[in-house]
Design a binder for this molecule. Structure first.
Ligand code: 5GP
Ligand code: ZN
Length: 111
């Protein structure tokens, strides 16, 4: 927990948010500025600043995050149409919230 971290506040329900999924280790909620019809943020409850700060002890958090992504894509009905999974890493990589999170983006109309 980092006291000045927005996502820690969301995880701890200090800022009300609708969770599409929650378990002991993760929460999932909609991005406030969606870049696509489906744009979810998959957030480990543990405060880790970015991919750069992962340690070997965090490897299960990361692998579990991809399982959450797989399940949420199916739940959102975009598993077969396809989707993107994205980590922005540090400022130059577009990261704005320094609490690790995976973007799940998809749901574009078929052409
Ligand atoms: P980053 O750029 O750090 O990878 O992604 C942060 C994401 O969090 C952005 O896509 C931004 O729209 C989203 N975001 C920022 N503040 C809030 C908020 O208060 N609530 C929600 N649901 N999303 C937020
Ligand atoms: Zn945090």
């Amino acid at each position: 927990m980092s006291s000045d971290c927005l996502f820690c506040k969301i995880v701890n329900r200090e800022i009300p948010s609708e969770f599409l999924f929650e378990d002991d280790a993760y929460v999932v909620f909609k991005d406030i500025h969606p870049a696509a019809p489906v744009h979810l943020l998959l957030v480990p409850k543990k405060h880790i600043r970015s991919i750069n700060d992962l340690t070997a002890a965090d490897s299960s958090i990361l692998s579990g995050l991809f399982m959450v992504a797989r399940d949420m894509a199916k739940e959102q009905g975009i598993n077969e149409s396809g989707y993107k999974l994205l980590f922005n890493v540090e400022k130059g990589g577009g990261q704005e919230i320094f609490h690790i999170h995976l973007h799940l983006i998809g749901g574009w109309k078929k052409k």
